[in-house]
Design a protein around this ligand. Structure first.
Ligand SMILES: *Cc1c(COP(=O)(O)O)cnc(C)c1O
Length: 383
């Protein structure tokens, strides 16, 4: 195979080299079972990194969201509000609990939950005497949502926030780490995220008692008795000591990965920013996005080229590009579910899905590879 045929991925794992040291330690101590020094170490290091009291590491980001909903006692008569423009994993745990979801639109400044739409949805819910048990706010592609505005609204109605920071580990909002604003925050270490354990996630909070409970629920909810006794429904969600070893090696290079992803973004920006009809996902003032994925919109009425034209052309060259997430209110799984657009007749997430594109953004993509991607897009645009 020539270089030209080597696949360029949207986002692929990028090891530091230190992961194996931690895994070897686990082997040396025969600590292959779940729990152990790497699990404790990763939890401590992750909490420290994010300047938050505690972190519980689990098998996935989805499991972390599920645990957060359990800790907030979300049940089948309850509703939970969630960003519509996201990956399905943000919303699935609401269904696991048999609860009702209400989908909230995005705004253009961050592409994340619209404070306007949230305010309307909460006002309506309050008038019906049925406030949601939680609001799940997603930080898309590394960019924090408008947390001050969203937190103010939720605090006013007394509704706890779960921050889905699966994509925004290492990002900042007004000097504080993304994922630390709500009652709970969640991170993902899935294979495509900014750092990965091959599969894994974390639940973070300043409430250490709650995270103790989360660890209990994540290990089959076993009561303190020598015999196996259970009074509550639990799960097998704890991260293994081997997987946590990968996480420790990855966390060491997280800030470097953020710099690398931002450099990828900057090269795309320099190449395309002068082109009418192309708009990058904004970075809100006083925030720093990890730029997990470079995302932009392209208006075919101006450029003559559609998002799908670009995906197809790159695909022919064995390069992976994708549309922006398909909003939940357009998913068959959520058919008929209540949806609050930004304003009547103006759904921002519909617009972002129709015109939005994610370009290959891996921290291990070479400059030469990125220049190939850029050249193909420019060629298509006749630039
Ligand atoms: C990846 C992702 C998740 C789920 O994380 P997993 O570790 O894959 O379960 C949740 N929310 C968002 C926005 C994600 O991108």
């Amino acid at each position: 195979m020539t270089d030209k045929e080597e696949r360029i991925f949207l986002s692929s794992p990028h090891m530091s080299g230190n992961e194996q040291k931690y895994i070897q330690e686990a082997f040396d101590l025969n600590w292959i079972a779940p729990l152990g020094n790497n699990v404790d170490g990763l939890e401590r290091e992750l909490a420290e990194y994010n300047s938050i009291n505690d972190a519980a590491v689990v098998t996935s980001g989805t499991a972390a969201i599920h645990l957060a909903l359990r800790l907030l006692n979300v049940g089948k008569d309850d509703s939970v509000f969630v960003s519509s423009l996201t990956f399905v994993a943000s919303a699935n745990p609401i269904l696991y609990q048999g609860a009702t979801s209400v989908l909230i639109d995005s705004e253009m400044d961050t592409w994340n939950m619209s404070p306007l739409a949230l305010e309307r949805a909460l006002k309506d819910a309050n008038e019906k005497g049925k406030l949601p048990k939680a609001v799940i706010v997603v930080n898309l592609y590394g960019q924090s949502a408008q947390m001050d505005e969203l937190m103010e609204i939720c605090d006013r109605y007394g509704v706890p926030v779960i921050e889905d920071a699966a994509e925004s580990l290492g990002s900042y909002y007004k000097g504080r780490k993304s994922g630390t604003f709500g009652k709970y925050g969640i991170f993902s270490f899935n294979g495509n995220k900014i750092i990965t354990t091959s599969g894994g996630g974390a639940l973070v909070s300043n409430d250490e008692e709650a995270l103790k409970k989360a660890r209990f629920l994540a290990t089959q909810a076993r009561d303190p008795a020598v015999h196996y006794q259970h009074s509550e429904l639990g799960y097998n969600y704890r991260m293994s000591n081997i997987v946590a070893g990968i996480g420790r090696g990855q966390l060491e290079v997280l800030d470097e990965r953020v710099r690398q992803r931002r450099a990828v973004f900057q090269r795309y920006e320099e190449a395309f920013e002068e082109i009418d009809g192309i708009e990058f996902q904004p970075e809100l003032e006083d925030t720093m996005s990890n730029r997990w994925l470079t995302a932009l919109t392209i208006d075919p009425a101006i450029t003559g080229v559609s998002r799908d034209d670009i995906i197809d052309r790159l695909g022919e060259e064995n390069i992976e590009a994708r549309p922006v997430w398909k909003p939940m209110h357009l998913q068959p799984l959520f058919e008929g579910v209540e949806y609050y657009p930004q304003e009547d007749g103006n759904s921002v997430s519909d617009y972002l899905f129709e015109f939005g594109l994610c370009l290959p953004s891996g921290s291990n993509m070479s400059v030469v590879e990125q220049e190939r991607v850029i050249a193909l897009v420019l060629e298509l645009l006749n630039k």
